[in-house]
Design a protein around this ligand. Structure first.
Ligand code: UT7
Length: 325
């Protein structure tokens, strides 16, 4: 018995910041940001807004499209590193917002790979037979963790949430295989201290630079391309499918150049990749489920299509899921 994604949803904060807006705050330019990352604008949380509200909105959409109510769920799994509380978990906060019953609700912390990890965890438990219907959420608000005076990170991140409903189902459709990898050895390529403090773009105080996101961008760039390439080959081989059979790649949206380089190395036609980084920036664990939801909306995903999802992020963590849609 496998698990199949039956519906998707997404929600982002209303505040949208363009590269031109950032030009007025930082020593940067639209041309630099666009050519180096592919980002044109991003949605960011304002001071006082809660990411949980957007995660709940994305979840309600997914539930409604699945023809379900929160009461039908057997579990909630959230991929996130942005909970405002050390506890309760983000998933428990979403549970409360949805009015879901006393089912297990848990977080999976894998930074930008959070959704890939959460999907694999939910699929594994569903295969074991314990859950029949699960809500898997990817949500992050890394814009609240940057130093808004550091141009090398402040321009990259956006905030938001995506959600999918998974149902256990016999047959050929669903998650075929997932592969997860991590290397604590490389933790310092991308990290942020857990302080509990937020530093939204409009916050009165600037986040202490020592507590803001630290990133060794160029090194991470090379590792992201290679790790996402390798894990994609591994998951396809493990599932016994050829890369040529993949209909759509939905990668984590960290940098358009990373995505293009990965696709080139895999030898998969660039037309088979879904990107939306231009409008969202890097939304960490939210990027894949937001992209899945947009891909559904754009009619890019048909029944029985072979879909490849992959990501790389802080930890380091990386991984891939191969899905028969
Ligand atoms: O989601 C998790 C995974 N995340 C990633 O994988 C991110 C991976 N890394 C990247 O995407 C890229 O490394 C960045 C987009 C972060 C940076 O791009 P880059 O092409 O690697 O630039 P760089 O860091 O090598 O910097 C090149 C130049 C530097 O100036 P000099 O030393 O050549 O004079 C930087 O100071 O660009 C400068 N620079 C900027 N200039 C204008 C850095 N940030 C900016 C900026 N605006 N925002």
């Amino acid at each position: 018995m496998g698990s199949r994604i039956v519906s998707t949803g997404r929600a982002v904060p209303p505040t949208c910041i363009s590269n031109r807006d950032l030009e007025r705050r930082l020593d940067t330019s639209h041309e630099w940001i666009c050519s180096r990352t592919g980002i044109i604008r991003r949605h960011v949380l304002r001071d006082g807004e809660s990411l949980v509200d957007f995660a709940a909105e994305a979840s309600r959409q997914a539930l409604q499209r699945a023809g379900m109510e929160a009461g039908d769920l057997d579990a909630i799994v959230a991929g996130t590193v942005s909970s405002e509380y050390a506890f309760p978990s983000f998933a428990c906060q979403v549970q409360r917002a949805l009015g879901a019953p006393t089912v297990p609700a848990l977080d999976v912390a894998a930074a930008c790979s959070g959704f890939v990890y959460a999907l694999a965890v939910a699929d594994g438990i569903m295969r074991a037979g314990d859950w029949r219907r699960a809500l898997v959420v990817g949500a992050d608000a890394l814009s609240t963790m940057v130093n808004w005076r550091d141009r090398s990170t402040a321009v990259l991140f956006g905030d938001g949430a995506g959600a999918v409903v998974m149902v256990s189902e016999p047959g050929p459709r669903g998650v075929l295989k997932s592969i997860l990898r991590s290397s604590g050895e490389m933790w310092d390529l991308l990290s942020v201290r857990a302080t509990g403090q937020r530093g939204a773009i409009d916050a009165a105080s600037v986040r202490d630079p020592r507590d803001a996101i630290q990133m060794r961008g160029p090194e991470l760039f090379r590792i992201a391309v290679k790790s996402m390439e390798d894990v994609t080959r591994e998951v396809a081989e493990g599932a016994g499918v050829s890369l040529n059979d993949i209909s759509l790649v939905v990668p984590h949206q960290a940098n358009l150049r990373i995505i293009n380089a990965m696709m080139e190395r895999l030898g998969i036609d660039q037309e088979k990749v879904f990107t939306n980084i231009d409008r969202y920036g890097n939304t960490s664990a939210a990027s894949v489920p937001i992209a899945l939801d947009e891909a559904v909306e754009a009619n890019r995903l048909q029944s029985n299509d072979l879909v490849l999802i992959n990501a790389c992020g802080g930890g380091l963590t990386w991984g891939a899921n191969l899905v028969r849609w």
